[in-house]
Ligand binder design. Structure first.
Ligand SMILES: CC(C)(COP(=O)(O)OP(=O)(O)OC[C@H]1O[C@@H](n2cnc3c(N)ncnc32)[C@H](O)[C@@H]1OP(=O)(O)O)[C@@H](O)C(=O)NCCC(=O)NCCS
Length: 185
């Protein structure tokens, strides 16, 4: 398959659209303080339900081929978290992003699907640039972005209420014209 609106596969993972039936898994993921450390804190079930509806399900119709998708382990069918290729809140820029359940960290999963989504974004969606933002102290995520071939281009602040509280954020960019994978670190 060639679109996450159906299924988009990498070696060990695939992403698919979220449905309302994913609420329990997403609430467990985003309710974990370790996962929420650089995402504005752990979220309660009501906040997660709103994210699922607005940031995932409703967004699919508004922006076909972009969005927030469930990340699944191919071998087991297990829910591991999510990847995004979507608008930064309140901005025209398209970002790549991810969050995985705690015991799935450290296996290269975040990087593997980030790269797959970037290939899809550049080759199938025709994006010319893909960006990412992380907390300035989030070394693991910054490492993922470098491994995925994005380049650090300083810091940015954002006006959208969801991002404004976080202050300056590390700003990463990959341009289609020059993006290479695997990149040199
Ligand atoms: C960020 C996150 C997705 C990383 O997932 P992951 O599957 O462990 O990532 P990967 O295994 O692909 O790569 C992590 C890399 O960072 C490195 N790393 C991890 N913690 C690190 C640290 N504290 N300092 C330096 N490097 C670190 C790892 O060694 C690995 O690099 P390597 O493959 O060269 O060894 C995961 O920690 C997570 O879900 N966190 C909670 C949600 C979140 O913060 N999302 C990102 C918001 S911007």
């Amino acid at each position: 398959m060639t679109s996450p609106d159906d299924i988009l596969e990498s070696d060990r993972l695939y992403v698919r659209r979220f449905t309302p039936a994913d609420l329990d898994d997403l609430a467990a993921l985003l309710g974990d303080p370790d996962v929420g450390r650089f995402l504005g804190g752990a979220k309660d079930r009501t906040a997660v339900e709103s994210t699922l509806q607005n940031r995932a399900i409703a967004y699919y119709d508004q922006h076909p081929g972009l969005g927030m998708w469930a990340t699944i382990e191919r071998g087991s069918g297990r829910f591991l978290g999510f990847h995004v290729l979507n608008h930064i809140h309140g901005e025209p820029d398209i970002q790549v992003g991810y969050a995985l359940v705690r015991d799935a960290w450290g296996h290269g999963y975040a990087t593997e699907m980030a790269v797959r989504l970037m290939r899809y974004g550049f080759d199938v969606r025709g994006l010319t640039q893909i960006c990412a933002i992380t907390n300035l102290d989030h070394v693991a995520s910054q490492h993922v972005l470098l491994k995925a071939g994005l380049e650090r281009r300083g810091e940015r602040t954002f006006a959208h209420p969801i991002l404004a509280d976080q202050g300056p954020m590390a700003w990463f960019v990959a341009d289609r014209a020059t993006w290479q994978f695997p990149p040199r670190l």
